[in-house]
Design a protein around this ligand. Structure first.
Ligand code: FE2
Length: 326
């Protein structure tokens, strides 16, 4: 079931088609997925990224983030330091737990996660290397850091260099609208469920041969965490907190848990809830809220070209930030 999601594709809805824009102060907002009650994703123009972003504008952007869950900015021109500086304006940043010193990290910044496909020496990640197999899990639908007991809220992914047009996409799913459309009896069944999230579960799903048995230091770095399945999103709507990391429902068998979890992931990732964001230019940036969306990448391939994308992650400070003590 899960492995069928690891393939290269785009979805019928894409982020940069022509839609009606609205002006809000200095910003131009172009929503991506709009239905009669809500909107999901928006391209935002009008931020001057050459200067520190004023606090009032940060507030305005956070309000838009709460509404749309995924904000896309084109050609920001941000470098590592300004990427980090903007992230700091949004909250406390997560330190990359796999950062082993500046000399061992291509980006040399503990606040940035290297999620591209380039090695320290500039070569592309080799097929069948451990990093290759680790990355396959990112092609499953997920939310970042749901396997942390103190989870993250935002991820901010910035492209450097020039993506290959037509070849570089990130896909997003609206878990708020998907929850809303569930039948009432299903909502009642889900209401009080608590889910164990485990990074090594999604790695194993994506690459059972290499990650069937993670290494001891990997297991120690990322123990599982517990979170409610049904949560309240920042805009007040209910949402599903789901991810390929979701392993087992507390009190349920693994088999029954996986059946329900993947039934829900498939529900949330139907075409009407999903759009594909294309990376068009270096400097393109997408900022999403992991608490009210899911996302996935396309998997590495043997014919891929260099893709340099760097992520900052902001720790959740909301009411459900620490999950459930089990
Ligand atoms: Fe991710």
């Amino acid at each position: 079931m899960a492995l069928s999601y690891i393939h290269i594709r785009t979805y019928p809805n894409i982020s940069h088609s022509t839609r009606a824009s609205v002006k809000q102060g200095s910003l131009t907002i172009t929503p991506v997925l709009v239905d009669h009650e809500s909107a999901f994703g928006a391209e935002i123009a009008g931020v001057d990224w050459t200067q520190p972003v004023p606090d009032e504008l940060v507030k305005q952007l956070v309000a838009l983030q709460d509404q749309y869950a995924v904000l896309i900015f084109r050609q920001t021109g941000l470098d590592n330091q300004r990427h980090i500086a903007f992230s700091q304006q949004l909250g406390e940043q997560e330190i990359n737990p796999f950062f082993y010193g500046r000399q061992n990290d291509r980006l040399g910044e503990p606040f940035l996660f290297d999620v591209g496909n380039i090695c320290l020496d500039g070569s592309l990640v080799q097929k069948d290397s451990r990093r290759w197999h680790h990355s396959l899990g990112n092609a499953l639908w997920h939310t970042d850091s749901s396997y942390h007991q103190h989870r993250s809220k935002y991820s901010i992914l910035l492209s450097h260099g020039s993506p290959v047009r037509g070849g570089s996409w990130t896909h997003f799913a609206d878990t708020r609208r998907a929850y809303n459309d569930l039948p009432e009896e299903k909502k009642q069944q889900l209401e009080d469920l608590v889910v164990e999230h485990d990074l090594w579960h999604s790695r194993k799903l994506a690459s059972p041969v290499v990650y069937g048995n993670p290494l001891p230091h990997e297991l120690a770095a990322k123990p599982p965490a517990f979170h409610r399945l049904v949560q309240t999103a920042p805009d007040g709507r209910k949402t599903l907190y789901l991810a390929a990391h979701a392993k087992q429902i507390v009190g349920w068998s693994l088999e029954d848990s996986q059946k329900l979890i993947w039934e829900l992931i498939m529900h949330c990732t139907q075409d009407q809830y999903v759009f594909s964001m294309e990376w068009l230019q270096g400097g393109d940036m997408v900022w999403w809220d992991n608490r009210q969306s899911m996302h996935r990448a396309n998997p590495y391939t043997e014919t891929m070209t260099a893709r340099d994308v760097r992520r900052s992650t902001i720790i959740d400070d909301g009411p459900q930030a620490h999950g459930v003590a089990v």
